[in-house]
Design a binder for this molecule. Structure first.
Ligand code: TTP
Ligand code: MG
Length: 241
């Protein structure tokens, strides 16, 4: 199995439309097990960083390296195999809940299933559904709340034991109780894994090893929470809004 040791962006610039750059010389590194949080106003380029890390696009200049190797030289299936994406609008399959979480349900023993449901805080959801894990989710989970769908994608990422977690936190309104549950599940997912996380709630960024404040596609500030608060710059001002 592939082990992820490091990811690095080296002066990455990128435009969807030529002449309209959305990322400008963005650099950061994350070592195995570290979390990098991206914060900043809407349109700053946070999701675009995740798009490049999945190779939906390639940088116009600069490099992205994983384990020191240029992303363009990685086999895309190997890359996808070690990456789990947890997005704002999770896509579920029209299949059973079990099939949505476990790629090979027959290979997941009961102890593993229990551990993953616990860590992803999916137990209440499983109990609520008429056939539990074997309930068929219609229309990709249209009857579930967005919070519940997020918990399921967290369980899926845990089941795959993905090495690199790319997380785009929901902007949509969720009640504070659900938010707290998602927060705990995310904590379990991120622990020990390498993570690039787009944080809309500043509380999610707080414990990251490194926080980047993006502004108009540039890294305006970088540091951990304490360093950035002491700096009394953009990050500090975001907390006062
Ligand atoms: P994003 O990278 O989507 O900005 P963001 O994730 O920081 O914003 P939000 O907090 O609202 O999620 O967009 C940066 C710019 O790139 C923005 O002007 C929109 C543009 N863009 C495209 O043109 N095509 C795309 O597919 C995406 C994702 C963004
Ligand atoms: Mg975004």
């Amino acid at each position: 199995k592939d082990r992820l040791q490091s990811i690095a962006l080296e002066r990455v610039s990128f435009a969807y439309t030529p002449g309209e750059p959305v990322l400008r010389e963005v650099s950061f590194t994350a070592q195995q097990g570290q979390t990098v949080a991206l914060v900043g106003p809407t349109g700053a380029g946070k999701t675009s960083v995740l798009n490049l890390l999945q190779r939906f696009y390639d940088p116009d200049s600069g490099r992205i390296r994983i384990n020191g190797v240029d992303l363009r030289h990685w086999d895309i299936r190997r890359l996808r195999g070690m990456t789990a994406l947890v997005t704002q609008e999770p896509v579920l399959f029209s299949a059973t809940l079990r099939e949505n979480i476990f790629a090979r349900p027959d290979q997941a023993d009961e102890a593993t299933v229990t551990r993953i449901l616990q860590a992803a805080h999916c137990e209440a959801l499983v109990q609520r559904l008429p056939l539990g894990l074997d309930t068929h989710l219609e229309k990709g989970g249209a009857s579930l709340s967005s919070g519940e769908r997020q918990l399921i994608t967290i369980a899926r990422a845990l089941a795959r034991d993905a090495q690199l977690i790319l997380l785009d936190e929901a902007t949509s309104y969720i009640d504070s109780q659900t938010e707290a549950v998602i927060h705990k599940a995310l904590h379990n997912l991120i622990a020990g894994r390498t993570c690039v996380l787009v944080a809309h709630r500043l509380s999610t960024a707080r414990s990251a090893d490194r926080i980047l404040v993006l502004h108009q596609g540039r890294v305006a500030e970088a540091g951990d929470h304490r360093q950035l608060m002491e700096r009394r710059g953009l990050y500090w001002r975001l907390h006062r809004q």
